[in-house]
Write a protein that binds this ligand. Sequence first.
Ligand code: DAH
Length: 359
Amino acid sequence: MDIETLQTELMAAIDSSDTLEGLEAVRVSALGKQGSVSALLKTMGGMSPEERQTQGPVINGLRESITSTLAAKKAELETAELSRRLATERIDMTLPAHETPRGTIHPVSQVMDELAEIFADMGFAVAEGPEIEDDWHNFTALNIPETHPARAMHDTFYFPDDMARDGQKMVLRTHTSPVQIRTMTSQEPPIRIIAPGRVYRSDSDATHTPMFHQIEGLVIDKGIHLGHLKWTLETFLKAYFEREDVVLRLRPSYFPFTEPSVEVDVGYSVINGKRVIGGSEGWMEVLGSGMVHRKVIEACGLDPDVWQGFAFGTGVDRLAMLKYGMDDLRPFFDGDNRWLQHYGFNALDVPTLSGGVGA
Ligand code: DAH
């Protein structure tokens, strides 16, 4: 068979291949060990130099054109195959899942939803602030001046000096209290907000992680006094722990941004060697709170003779541990699926007051 005929036949075979397997068979028949083009290439060894000079380029040209045509056809078939698969393997995301979804809602998310639900019922809106905060909002406006020992107590993560903004050193916020300032400077009283979110401190052991969660509460109105604070915290803690026999103990304390300041303990009973919230066999500290300091109200541009209020702050992770029985904080942030399966919540267990917040 002459080379021209062989080329025509091979080109036609390639052209008419409509599967990758068919195309591979054509390749083997031409370029495989026993292939027709390979056979021609072998004949070059027995040619005279003159013959090789004329036939060599023709045979090599055949091999090259077959090789490149095969490659082009292969790419074409692969593209067609991909388009076919994309068209047929489409997943309809609106169909119900065949199995119960396996993921869980993290206890921190669940508790934050529970808290938002409880406080929404008392007329509190949810407020937010940045996690990268400036020194003024995190400390100064909260009556924690430069030289105040509380700054050292907070184990603050500071940003380098060259990242200062408007002359303010930037920090990872050490508490959610700066959201009090952001709210008072951006909205007119009366104010009733809670602010859940991440906070950061350079601290790490079984009960401390460098990042953890707090929730802040703030009420600013006229004629607000400690009685309002006590009622609010009692109502909140009874709803959260889902028990009527929650007993609170308010102890005088000190926070720079409140005056007077109180620390709140909840009573527990010991049942089968375990601490259970309710009763008053022992006391656990759960909250910091107090009446918002005049200086803080002034720093936000409000008149403290007109507007008063109370504030409170507590750890969300700690609230979760007390209610759901974890005794180590670190696994909260390990992302270990076994822990999440054990302590996580079903995505459909959305907390509601009517269903009991811990649904
Ligand atoms: N910011 C305080 C802390 O992180 C907690 C706190 C105490 C918040 C008293 C308050 C408060 O709003 O009134 O330790």
